[in-house]
Design a protein. Sequence first.
Lengths: 532, 544
Amino acid sequence: MAERYDAVIIGGGHNGLVSAAYLARAGLRTLVLEQRHVLGGAAVTEEVFPGFHFSVASYVVSLLRPEIIRELDLPRHGLDILPLDGTFTPLPDDYLWRVNDHGRTIRELRRWSLSDAEAYEEYGRLMVEMARFIKPILAMVPPDPTGLDIRQFAPLAGLAAAFRRLPDKQQAIFIQLMTMSAADFLRQWFETEPLIATMAASGIIGTFQGVQSPGTAYVLLHHYMGEIDGAFRAWGIPRGGTGAISNAIGSAAREAGAEIRLEAPVERILVRDGRAVGVVLASGEEISAASVLSSVDVRRTFLGLLEPGTLEPGFEAEVRRFKFRGSSGKVNMAVDRLPDFRCLPGQGEHLRGAISFSRSVDDMERAYDDAKYGRWSRRPYIDMIIPTLVDPSMAPPGKHVISCFVQYAPYHLDPSLGTWDDNREAFGDAVIDRIAEDAPNIREIILHRQVLTPLDMERTIGLTEGNIFQGELSLEQLFFNRPVPGYARFRTPIRDLWLCGSATHPGGGIMGANGRIAAMELLRARAGRKVA
Amino acid sequence: MALLGGVTSRTWDAIVIGAGHNGLVAAAYLAKSGLRVLVLERRARIGGIADTVEIAPGVMAPGIIPTVGRLRPSVVRELDLRAHGLRLIAPDVRVFAPQPDGRAITLWADLDRTVDGLRSLSIRDAAAYMEFERSVRSLGRFLAELNAATPPDIRAARLSDALAGLRLGRSFRGLGRADARAILRVLPMAIADFVAESFETDALRATLATRGIQYTAMGPWSAGTTGVFLNDAAGNDGGAAGPTVYAKGGPGALSAALARAVRAAGGEIRTDAEVIAITTAADRANGVALVSGEEIAARIVVAAHDPKRVLTGLVDPVVLGPGLRWRAANIRTPGTVARINLALSGTPRFAAAGDGPDAAQRLRARIVIAPGIDYLERAFDASKYGRLSEAPYLEATMPSLVDPGLVAGAPAGTQVMSIHLQYAPYALREGSWDDRRDELAEMAVRTLEAYAPGLGSLVTARQVLTPLDLERDHGLSGGHPYHAEPSLDSFFLWRPLLGHARYRLPVDGLYLAGSGAHPGGGITGQPGQNAAREILADWRKRRS
């Protein structure tokens, strides 16, 4: 073995790159290995059709930790996030349109319900308070509740103290956020069906849950945690697509001295005497390292990259139990005109934000019901973005790209339907049909269409079962249970093998927190070892 | 007002509102400790959900909940309920789940017998059942301790709470690392996932899963239903199959025994006495006002009916304050359960029960109609849209087989069948339950006919209780027999409301002793027992 690295990182997604940047900045000899020809994993921009660039998988950003943007100086490395203004919900003969301009949104809500307009103010204030309270959890290393190391509980104790200082109502709301369904939670304030459905939709993004499933309320908070330039609630898209985020982080990592190799798929993690000592590439090349960090999901890491029999059976059983259940698909379109909505014709501001096809809670639930029985939703929920309206560089002049996040598309189809390869285009047609209900011209304007099923995301990006969060964000797979009870602290049963991807706390989304905390933990461990 | 109604001469130490089983349990404990206790029941009869009713001349059937297997043994012991006439009957069989293909899953009290039977279904599942039973009992034991504990005070952590916390901590460690990790992982899980981790046979998964969704507005894929499942048998000799125990004379006999315990300890019980207000002075509860106009003074008031009704209906909103009133009004009570009681001219024949002595035995079980997880989930789906399930989940019992006294006054051969039907959502999108009562009965009989052909022809009389009836006749908000949904958002520290889970309601001197309090619904007596313990602690403090 020629070279020896301090740290080798498997996977050049945003989390792997964040880890690399922090480790390299700390002076570690760091190498990132990405299987594909492009950097970014799920946060990737590709020219799918000549002249048309797409954020192929992950398409919006709001959770990227501000400390990462700051510490890695990402703007200098080319990160430029453009705000997405508002959410537009088309309806058969009307619409619901919320924008970042609070006053305008309240006026709009008054059209629907005076009490909702009033409640919206109070609700917003409450959610911001909650977001402030919860934020520290995103930077926390989960303790092992069955462990005896009291020090692990210190951060939790601080949180408990903060909790006790909250007013009664906020304490109660926090518990509700952790346990209730998004729809039940929202019904405590609101009565306007499209408002409840559209807000609740954020609770089910990427999960195999419905808006009335317990445990979906929590994600509502993310909308208030998104901090772009410190502005709460703002969602945005990076200039150049989500791949630009990966490239900025990658550039920061390289500047700090990290090496990044593309088209270098890892075949095996080398383990000797119970500790990871390096990796073997598909090419047969061996690379040795003091530490191996895996930013790919737990199934691929532990069942795919390790010599069978390396793991203790109990742990392996827990890994096999870990739930993925991809539930979403993407439909990317190149169009030569903008869609024209029946309820609000023309090319107005309403097209510049998110366009949410979520008329009612019933619609959302019926879409989920299909998935529960192994069918893709006949009338799916769609979150549509037209990035070219804020970033024209993504398409040739005058043309546009449209990105549709679609739910539900269960990875495991009912056998009677055949495989996803048999269903891909029919699923794509269902998405177009749903859009056409509100924007009939959609069929005429499409130049090209790319349909990504959960199977495609597994094949191309390597997301097991196409789960965009590297594992279902259900209550039993969060915090100290993520990914495996007893191993939520980024370490694994194999010494010097670490996890740093979305499979760890605090979960998925373009957040980067996972990669950052993992790197910090690794550095602390090394420091501790030197002392000892 | 007082003059019109007249004020009772004596003032009471404690007034208990509601003579359901928890109200009676609390009253009995308080009376035994020397308090002068008056129980006020709105209805003409005591018992609430634990009642026995005559559905046809000489034919007695359970009121709402047919079995009493979850009743805490300590309640029976400490209140001496056997001396007060309670007789419990536990058949050798727990669950009989006939399947559409004519096979059946039978869960016996005898574990080995159950496992033997499961072999015909799946060798793998039969082997897994033992370990499943073990872990369910282990986790259930811990939950039983949690259920018997008063949720700690999250505000001012007092020494007593710290000690209670330590006790729970000890029993948590007592689980051992594996089970300790398990309970933290599985409590918020969907029951469909939990059973799938152990078993491959859909029918067995579903049969077991029913206890995770019973009396809830959730389906087997809803998060938190594993917690409901584990709680169902917590402490009692339930295990994986769950308890199947009848009270001789029906559930009403339990209430009667409890009433005797109350009276024996010097307490009084008045029926037809509906409370319309809890009176306060200087923000402290000091009695109640009845519909009749009568006002009754007491040092403390103990509410045993549902917390939503107590806080939004009986307490002065000014005393409560807008914040708490908002929270109380949002307590979720989505009733989904209907009960259909049938008088039968003979014993129905379930094809899957086979012949011989075992067949007769099997009908003494809880007869569960839940042929698959998807079947249950689809039944639940309908309720999401305010519809009655096209193919409902049923649990039928035939108490007269174990307790012939129930039909002693009826023609020879008469039997009683009591059917739990889910999902019958309280909030119907079409029609009202008053118009759709018969539909429910026909739905239940039609569903059972597929397993017991000819059942319909045996029906001589029937009684249907819809969620609307449960609300109107029993005062259950939303017709929810558990007073508040047993979901993750209404658990332990936050049942019924965070900051008020210690049986003390936001008004001084006002307590909650019903199923809306920790550890929740079903015939356990645990909320009443826990509430009495807290009430007496405060009482002694005030006296000293």
